[in-house]
Design a protein around this ligand. Structure first.
Ligand code: PA5
Length: 431
């Protein structure tokens, strides 16, 4: 039981010959990734991570998560990009978008340092008043401005509230094993630290302490999460695209891109998937968007966005394709009652479940959009749980790497991100 690719709605868009033509390139991409000889090979440690992770640190993550659950009301996770998106995405998808309102036996979790908005920071400080707070500062480089500013603010808040010694026991840093300002600061102050392995880049780091500590604090079973990823690692090894859903997905994206379908819209019918889409957009956008190339990753939640963007998808410029996630077994369900008099005209749905209605909406939408010349890639996910999400995350990371190699770019660097920083630092007078 794991994520399955369903290509039945693609037949009119991609021929067998096109699959055959791309398959040698997929094999080459596989070889480059697994022999660690491709572009950016120094950042491919995530490929083996589900089996070759630091087991002692993994146990320490669980111990620290338990301590935080016991002594903390509010857990602030400070980080930006790959240093926060994965954790937030997993918590919201597995627990809820409303995690803080719904789960009272684990700390509330807030994310800071992912913007430069003073109002946002101000509100978060207010939320902390009178509550026990711990923080997890996450930065691989240890030098990123947005989280560094937030860390300064919350470090002081903790020191003012508890005194330096007690504050020290509530500050956890996740960073490089040896280098960077954050590592130096953490060592000097005596904070407990967790390591982002050298060979794992930010957006591929959710299966390291970057993701695992906040995820464990939320009460999510990280053993099963890693097990799902391991299952994907073992299963997605066949270089032949017809035997490997992950590689087939990468191939389909590339074929469609070359036919002018430059925008991929990732769609889910579960609003709790919204942050997973943000994680996906960073993963693919930052990995592929370079050298004048790259698919533009977009996302929508259906049926919500059918009432705002549905028109454009159905009838607008034909440069898009859709990747639709369908969950087979819902978390929970509702049966629609019968109303005497049927004043709202809904009795045609009496006795049906909401998930049944949703499935029909999804099929109806896929048929309409493919009819409108928008290719639809379908993923079937058996259910929402740690194991399945671990599998999906590994699947998408590997698909992204193979897609990047098919495009001829380095999927593991992000040179373009430096441009805004350079200008900002110059304007701020940083020497
Ligand atoms: O994927 C990446 O490498 C980036 O998105 C980084 O995660 C992001 O820029 C944050 O960097 P750092 O962890 O060094 O603060």
């Amino acid at each position: 039981m794991a994520t399955k690719l369903n290509t039945k709605y693609l037949d009119r868009f991609i021929s067998d010959y096109e699959y055959e033509s791309i398959s040698p390139f997929v094999r080459t991409a596989h070889d480059l990734l697994h022999s660690k000889t491709g572009l950016g090979n120094e950042f491919t440690g995530w490929v083996e991570l589900p089996t070759e992770y630091d087991k002692d640190e993994f146990d320490r993550i669980k111990t620290v998560a338990k301590k935080i659950q016991d002594d903390t009301d509010i857990f602030i996770v400070i980080g930006i990009g790959g240093s926060y998106l994965g954790a937030r995405a997993v918590i919201e998808f597995l627990k809820s978008q409303h995690y803080n309102a719904l789960y009272k036996t684990t700390p509330d979790i807030y994310f800071a340092g992912n913007n430069i908005c003073p109002e946002n920071l101000n509100k978060l400080i207010k939320i902390c008043a009178g509550r026990n707070v711990s923080i997890n500062m996450i930065s691989k480089s240890g030098a990123t401005t947005e989280p560094a500013i937030a860390f300064r603010v919350f470090k002081k808040l903790l020191e003012d509230k508890y005194g330096k010694e007690e504050a020290k026991k509530r500050i956890y840093c996740t960073t490089d094993a040896e280098h960077g300002n954050l590592k130096n600061l953490a060592d000097k102050e005596g904070y407990e630290t967790f390591v982002i392995p050298n060979d794992v880049g930010g957006r591929y780091s959710v299966l390291t302490a970057v993701g695992l500590l906040p995820i464990a604090v939320a009460g999510i079973d990280i053993d099963n999460f890693m097990l799902g990823a391991k299952h994907a690692q073992d299963e997605l090894l066949d270089p032949e695209l017809n035997n490997n859903d992950c590689y087939k997905y990468a191939a389909i994206r590339n074929i469609l891109y070359k036919k002018g379908k430059e925008i991929e819209i990732l769609e889910s019918y579960d609003p709790n998937f919204s942050m997973m889409s943000e994680w996906f957009k960073q993963l693919f956008g930052e990995s592929e968007g370079k050298d004048g190339k790259g698919l533009f990753p977009a996302s929508m939640i259906f049926s919500t966005d059918l009432h705002s963007m549905g028109q454009l998808i159905q009838d607008g410029r034909r440069n898009i394709f859709e990747t639709v996630l369908l969950i087979d077994e819902p978390h929970c369900d509702f049966v629609i009652d019968t109303e005497p008099g049927d004043l709202d005209g809904l009795n045609f749905l009496s006795g049906k479940t909401i998930s049944y209605v949703c499935k029909k909406a999804a099929i109806g939408t896929i048929l309409a959009h493919t009819e409108g010349n928008v290719p639809n890639i379908i993923f079937n996910i058996p259910k929402v749980c740690e194991f399945e999400l671990g599998y999906l995350i590994y699947f998408l990371q590997k698909a992204c790497a193979i897609s990047g190699y098919l495009l001829g770019v380095n999927p593991f660097n992000q040179p373009g991100v430096e441009k805004y920083k350079k200008n900002m630092f110059e304007l701020l007078g940083k020497s």
